[in-house]
Design a protein around this ligand. Structure first.
Ligand code: MN
Ligand code: MN
Length: 301
C-alpha cells in the first residue's frame, strides 16, 4: 500500500484495515471528511493494568450519550465533515502495530485531513508522530515515558516520548502534567531536550502562564497527544497507571482550545474501561468533541 492514487482508492485501502464501528456524528465519507477518526485496540506492552484495547469501543459508546449540538461552540457536530474508519486490525507485536499506525496516519495526513486516533496504549503515538516530522508535539501525561527501552522493547508505552524525540529532535516536544519519572529517565542526557512541564509547576503558575511561556516556541503545526492518566485520577480513574496530583479536565480543555487551530493530528490514549466509573470514557469522548468544536466554532476562546 502506498500514498499514490486518489482518495477513492485510499478509502478502499483504509476500509480493509479497519472494522465497521462508527462514532455518532461521524456522518461523512472519507473523501469528504476533514477529520478522520480511527481506533487502535492495542495494549500488549502495558505493564500494570491492561485493558486499554477496549478503549475505542467504550469511547464510541460514551460518545453516543453526548449532544450533537454544542452550546459552547454553537456547532452541530453531525453536520461537520467527520468520518470514522473504525478500528485498525492489530496483533500482539508492538513494532508491527506502530508501523501500521504510521501507515494509516500518513495516508490520512497526506490527503490533507486531520487524524484523530483513539487508543489503545500510548506506544501507538510512536507511529502517528512520524507523519508530523516538521511539527511540534504537545503531550498530556503523568509520566515522562522517556525510557529508551523497557522490558526489552523500544516500542513499550513507557518509551513513547523518547521515540517522539527520535523523530522530532530537541526543543519540539512539550509534555504537560509530569509527576512520575524514574531516576534512569531523569538522568538521561537527552531528558532536557524535551520540556516537561510538571503538574506542580502548572498548579503554581496556572496553565495559562505555562502555555504563554512555550507558545512562541511552537511550530505552525502541532501534534496533540492525550494520555488520560495526565488528568487527575479523581476525574479520570479509568487508566492503566493512575498517578495522584494530576491536571484538571478544564486545564486540558484550555490547552486544546488555545492550540486547536494549530493541531493537525490528535490522539486520546491509555483509557482503560475496566477501572472506569463512566467518567473517563465520557471525558475522552468530550475532549474529541472539544478539539473539533474549538476548530469549527466562530466564537473566540
Ligand atoms: Mn503515556
Ligand atoms: Mn502516562
Amino acid at each position: 500500500m502506498g500514498s499514490n492514487g486518489n482518495q477513492k482508492d485510499h478509502a478502499a485501502e483504509l476500509s480493509t484495515l479497519a472494522s465497521l464501528k462508527k462514532i455518532a456524528d461521524a456522518t461523512f465519507d472519507y473523501e469528504d471528511a476533514r477529520y478522520v477518526i480511527f481506533g487502535v485496540p492495542f495494549d500488549y506492552t502495558s505493564s500494570f493494568r491492561r485493558g486499554s484495547s477496549r478503549g475505542p469501543a467504550e469511547v464510541r459508546r460514551a460518545y453516543d450519550n453526548l449532544e450533537s449540538f454544542d452550546v459552547n461552540y454553537e456547532v452541530e457536530f453531525s453536520e461537520l465533515p467527520i468520518c470514522d474508519i473504525g478500528d485498525i486490525q492489530v496483533n500482539e507485536d508492538a513494532s508491527e502495530t506502530v508501523d501500521l499506525v504510521d501507515e494509516v496516519t500518513s495516508i490520512i495526513a497526506k490527503d490533507g485531513k486531520i487524524p484523530i486516533m483513539i487508543g489503545g496504549e500510548h506506544s501507538i503515538t510512536g507511529g502517528s508522530i512520524r507523519s508530523f516530522r516538521n511539527s511540534s508535539m504537545v503531550i498530556i501525561d503523568a509520566h515522562s515515558d522517556f525510557r529508551d527501552s523497557y522490558m526489552g522493547n523500544k516500542n513499550n508505552h513507557a518509551c513513547v516520548t523518547h521515540r517522539a524525540l527520535d523523530v522530532l529532535g530537541e526543543g519540539r516536544i512539550f509534555s504537560f502534567g509530569t509527576r512520575s519519572t524514574s531516576r534512569e529517565e531523569f538522568t538521561d542526557p537527552d531528558y532536557k531536550k524535551v520540556r516537561f512541564v510538571s503538574a506542580d509547576e502548572i498548579k503554581e503558575k496556572s496553565m495559562e502562564k505555562c502555555l504563554n511561556e512555550i507558545n512562541g516556541k511552537l511550530k505552525e503545526s502541532v501534534y496533540f497527544s492525550i494520555d488520560m492518566d495526565g488528568i487527575d485520577p479523581s476525574q479520570a480513574p479509568g487508566v492503566g497507571t493512575p498517578e495522584p496530583f494530576g491536571l484538571r479536565d478544564v486545564e486540558v480543555r484550555y490547552l486544546i482550545r488555545k492550540l486547536a487551530m494549530k493541531i493537525q493530528g490528535f490522539d486520546v490514549v491509555e483509557f482503560t474501561p475496566d477501572f472506569d466509573n463512566g467518567n473517563t470514557s465520557m471525558l475522552a469522548a468530550r475532549l474529541i468533541q472539544d478539539f473539533i468544536g474549538s476548530r469549527e466554532t466562530r466564537k473566540k476562546f
